[in-house]
Design a protein around this ligand. Sequence first.
Ligand code: ASP
Length: 299
Amino acid sequence: MFFSEEGARWALIVHGGAKEMEPDERADNRSGVIEAAEAGRAVLEKGGSAIDAVVAAIEVLERLPVFNAGRGSALNEAGDIEMCSGVMDGRDLSVGAVGAIKHVRHPVAVARDVLPEKEVLLVGEGALRFALAKGHDEVPTEALITETRREALKEMHDTVGAVAMDTGGNIAAGTSTGGLTGAKVGRVGDSPMPGAGLYADNHVGGVAFSGDGETITRLALAAQVMASIGKDGPEDAIRKAVDQLPGTGGAEADGGAIAIRKDGTIGWTHNSPDFAVAYLTSDMEAPRAFLSKDEEKSG
Ligand code: ASP
């Protein structure tokens, strides 16, 4: 996906997680990533920043219960919800992130508020205290739990994410997740950690991962993509990254990622059964949405 030569150019890609979808979840996954892409488009078309577009897109995915972020987050071993989110601004390499935060509807909005602070990552009680001081509402965990998640027994990888390039050529990346079903209390995965679950640098590009968080972190997969995206392009860079997951994390370790190179090239791929993605650029009338790479190839 390349830009034409004309006009103010922007690009956006969002995803709804590397996972295996139930048949009855497919329509909601597709409409959800499209709605998120449209929210990001509304920001970018008006000349808004990549970071604002990423936050707007992720807030949609956090609101929709079909995704494991915000409302609809996975339950940990205590039957509780602890969420992680990170945003990174490629203009100045600033990062705002929260880990194992409870009682907020939009972890990505809290991460956005951490962005201008000296700190990169706030966790647990401290993250909630910061959120409340910034005016975020405190919501009971019950308001974030959905019946589907309460009944979910299998581990699901379905962090959400977004990467955007604005008309100024600035690149941002973001993630948000309820983590893994049945995870230990206090667990923080790759999603809020720069170099693991996300990265953005205007001089290189941006990337956001979903998948087996411990393995993604051990392999520093976002850092690997940033190191190779210039030469390989986003899709091959991600492919090389996700191909390493089973070797390090075991046969079941899977994941996927979305990326934009600094020239505006968009790429995505995954080794999970499904990975809902929507992308669009200033050259496109409507978002293109797919539930897997195979669907894009065959379509
Ligand atoms: N990467 C996330 C984590 O480990 C899980 C996911 O992608 O759904 O917390």
